[in-house]
Design a protein around this ligand. Structure first.
Ligand SMILES: Cc1cc2nc3c(=O)[nH]c(=O)nc-3n(C[C@H](O)[C@H](O)[C@H](O)COP(=O)(O)OP(=O)(O)OC[C@H]3O[C@@H](n4cnc5c(N)ncnc54)[C@H](O)[C@@H]3O)c2cc1C
Length: 389
């Protein structure tokens, strides 16, 4: 059967992989010259079940309001009224009661996805600067640490083996932190999570798809006319990141996905950089070592529509964070980047058949965890297609 996957980001290439393995005749339709060029380009690099906590909480709402006029705040909401943003925010609030359930489910999906990624990497020999040294959450503030203890109970239920560590233990788990004069309260560490370069994974998986599984790559911006034609010949799976709602609207489906902007910096001289991946809940910054040659720090969330401007005021906190924690690292040259997280108001990905056209499917809306979750949801959508065709 013919299958057209719209979008060559991480959700698209993993979907193409599982469909091709099931014997589908797959074409990936990507408007950019290469796969993995949009949000799946320079993200935080974490495959993190330990970041499964959804953002739907009154605490985050209060922080969002407090930070509204602070240019370098970790979470920044542009106060300009915008219909899609207001509707999304209302649905975000409506999902606060579902926070625990969704956090638990996300953590479970992430752990399964870990197995799927490791299987792809090992079985197919996909190289992506994978570093298997776990993720260390660091805390300076007692209140944040107490909150982390509560969240950890949910993670434990989901099967994540994450343990509390003292400030002293933090420094022995990641000795690079000894350069810093920061007074930590403590942290949490797990060895199930890992890190890797999402762009490299997309590129190397695409090469494998082309040469081993005969997947075709078509470089065009797919229009509704293309999708209608392709849906009459086989199945179409929309994995178009923040552009998915536009394609869905033409089909007659409504997807609530907001482009939540984030930033990263890549340091190409990572001497003295940590090898263990860090997650700093207070500043909402994550870091990953991408092999010997690169270090990445990423974070911040900005609600400002489909906008790719790289603002210095939002890059600077990433540089300052790196300089404060790792003063011996050379940050003379850093490469800044901004990308748009395709975020649903419940923080849960959309993995389903279209309500209007039974040959159209969606695997999209992975928000802040698209790298972590895509191998799982790609498997899931393949099963849904098999069950419904
Ligand atoms: C700063 C930052 C840090 C992050 N850190 C992490 C992290 O550490 N761990 C984690 O799990 N996740 C992280 N994420 C989230 C993760 O990067 C995203 O969820 C993920 O990359 C989204 O993948 P995608 O395939 O849905 O979208 P994309 O990668 O954007 O892919 C969609 C593709 O569809 C194409 N497309 C769109 N419309 C059309 C069309 N009409 N025709 C043809 N092609 C089309 C686009 O060109 C694009 O290539 C981070 C995100 C950001 C911004």
């Amino acid at each position: 059967m013919l299958a057209r996957v719209i979008g060559g980001g991480i959700s698209g290439v993993t979907t193409a992989y599982y469909l091709a393995r099931k014997g589908y005749d797959v074409t990936v339709v990507e408007r950019e010259r290469y796969t993995g060029m949009m949000t799946s380009y320079a993200n935080g690099g974490q495959l993190s079940a330990s970041n499964a906590e959804t953002w739907n909480s009154w605490g985050n709402v209060k922080k969002g309001i407090k930070w509204m006029f602070q240019e370098d705040a970790p979470l920044k909401i542009n106060p300009k009224p915008e219909l899609s943003k207001i509707g999304w925010m209302a649905r975000f609030l409506a999902n606060i009661p579902n926070r625990e359930r969704n956090t638990l489910e996300t953590c479970r999906m992430a752990l399964k996805a870990h197995d799927y990624y490791r299987a792809i990497a090992n079985d197919e020999g996909i190289e992506f600067d994978r570093v298997e040294k776990g993720i260390l959450h660091i805390y300076r503030d007692e209140r944040e640490l107490q909150h982390a203890r509560k969240v950890n109970e949910l993670y434990k239920k989901a099967g994540l083996d994450r343990r509390e560590v003292t400030a002293q233990e933090l420094l022995s788990i990641e000795p690079a932190l000894q350069q810093s004069e920061t007074a930590f309260r403590g942290g949490f560490y797990n060895e199930q999570d890992f890190t890797g370069d999402i762009h490299l994974f997309c590129r190397n998986l695409s090469r494998l798809l082309k040469h081993k599984y005969n997947v075709k790559f078509l470089k065009i911006p797919a229009t509704i006319y293309d999708i209608e034609l392709w849906a009459s010949q086989g199945v179409v799976i929309i994995c178009a990141g923040v552009d998915s709602p536009d394609l869905a609207r033409y089909i007659g489906d409504k997807l609530s996905i907001y482009p939540v902007k984030g930033y990263s910096i890549t340091v190409n001289d990572p001497k003295s950089a940590p090898w263990v991946s860090l997650l700093d809940d207070e500043t909402k910054i994550v870091s990953a070592r991408l092999g010997e040659a690169r270090f990445r720090a990423a974070g911040t969330a900005e609600f400002t529509g489909k906008n790719f401007d790289i603002k210095q005021a939002r890059i600077q906190p990433l540089v300052d964070w790196t300089r404060t924690l790792f003063p011996e690292m050379n940050t003379e040259y850093v490469t800044p980047w901004a990308g748009l997280r395709p975020m649903t108001p419940s923080m849960m990905p959309i993995v389903k058949q279209s309500n209007k056209n039974t040959n159209v499917y969606y695997n999209t809306g992975h928000g802040h965890l698209g790298w972590t979750l895509s191998a799982y949801t790609a498997n899931q959508i393949t099963d849904i297609i098999e069950a419904t065709q």
